[in-house]
Design a protein around this ligand. Structure first.
Ligand SMILES: [Zn+2]
Length: 115
């Protein structure tokens, strides 16, 4: 991934409406800021709406144009970021002990924690 690609992703993320976002299934009640309406998948007949999640009006930034760019590019940006993280993980020694570094999905205990 180039610096320009990373800067473009960062710019789209910073310009979009504030996180966190959530998916509302069914009728949109207007309690949070509307990001996008995606309709129904046809299986349950319920619309999917993306909204902010408890973002106060005074904190809100972004708008429909910025959110649309962020959403449309996410289909490419997220896989590109995952690929970059995996590439970089291949260049560094990763923690192996789940007792020392919980949450990394490791399975090999270090000498201090091995039975
Ligand atoms: Zn350990």
């Amino acid at each position: 991934m180039t610096d320009d690609e990373l800067e473009a992703i960062d710019a789209r993320a910073r310009a979009a409406s504030n996180a966190p976002w959530k998916v509302v299934k069914g009728e949109y009640d207007g309690a949070d800021w509307l990001v996008a309406t995606l309709g129904s998948d046809g299986l349950d007949g319920l619309d999917r709406t993306v909204t902010t999640d408890h973002v106060h009006a005074s904190d809100l930034r972004g708008g429909a144009a910025e959110d649309a760019e962020f959403i449309a590019h996410a289909r490419h940006d997220v896989p590109a970021l995952i690929a970059e993280v995996k590439r970089l993980w291949g260049k560094v020694s990763r923690p192996t002990c789940p007792a020392c570094y919980p949450g990394f999905g490791q399975s090999q205990l270090c000498v201090r924690h091995a039975p």
